[in-house]
Design a protein around this ligand. Structure first.
Ligand code: ADP
Ligand code: MG
Length: 234
């Protein structure tokens, strides 16, 4: 290997998530919205990054593209060194299940499955993963929901629901955890607890990226990026 390729391989190892020049357009009737206009960012292993921006700045679109839930029109997303963008949907879904944990605003639990079943389903989606999946009991312990394994989502209080969503997002020990407004409707104590749990992921050597309009929650991040009109501000 050349010195340059050794350096590139090291950089790859240290990077949990890397996005280059992401573009995403939406067309509604005659109108075209440029939701992302060349967004590049990275998250190192062990790092928490917050992307803040006003409503409509492109945060949710960005998170969906980073997570492999949406396909950017241009650019490239790599997670743990593996390209997740511009692949057939089935491949993208499998990579996502193995490498990415996502907390969405809309929640990420299936309504008719209990907490334990939701976690199990997430693990099943990542067939053929690198190592054994974390133990479900340990995941539940980690988010303080040991006694709630058999509860259905509608039986959980707001803070419990957020933590159950986190357990699902962590079901396959993902390289990177992505969260869209993770503290949106939580009370102050639960909010702090969720932020602590996110932070502990970074302490365990994973990457964490949060998008939010709430500038108060960004204090926990190692690095803050500002998104405006689909661009990261210099
Ligand atoms: P944020 O999460 O920062 O509020 P979004 O990513 O939801 O911003 O939206 C960014 C821009 O893209 C907005 O102008 C929004 O109206 C537009 N947009 C998002 N999703 C769609 C969609 N599915 N169809 C059309 N326009 C969309
Ligand atoms: Mg949003």
């Amino acid at each position: 290997m050349t010195t340059a390729s050794v350096a590139a391989a090291r950089a790859d190892e240290a990077t949990a998530l890397d996005a280059r020049e992401l573009y995403r357009f939406f067309r509604t009737g005659e109108e075209e919205t440029l939701a992302l206009r060349g967004v590049s960012l990275h998250v190192r292993r062990g790092e928490t990054v917050a992307v803040v921006g006003p409503s409509g700045s492109g945060k949710s679109t960005l998170l969906a593209c980073l997570a492999g839930l949406d396909e950017p029109a241009g650019g490239c997303v790599r997670v743990g060194g593996e390209r997740i963008s511009h692949r057939p949907e089935a491949q993208r879904a499998r990579l996502r299940a193995r490498r990415v944990g996502v907390l969405l605003q809309s929640g990420n639990l299936i309504a008719h499955l209990n907490v334990w079943e939701n976690i199990r389903l997430a693990q099943a989606a990542a067939r053929g993963r690198r190592s054994g999946a974390p133990d479900i009991a340990a995941l539940l312990d980690g988010v303080g929901l040991r006694g709630r394994a058999h509860a259905l989502p509608h039986e959980l209080a707001g803070g419990e629901l957020a933590r159950a969503g986190l357990a699902v997002a962590l079901a396959n020990d993902p390289d990177v955890l992505l969260a869209d407004e993770p503290t949106g409707e939580l009370d102050g104590r639960t909010e702090q607890r969720v932020l602590d749990l996110l932070k502990s992921r970074a302490d365990a050597g994973r990457g964490v990226l949060v998008v939010t309009h709430n500038t108060e929650v960004v204090g926990f991040a190692d690095r803050v990026l500002v998104l405006r009109d689909g661009r990261i501000q210099p």
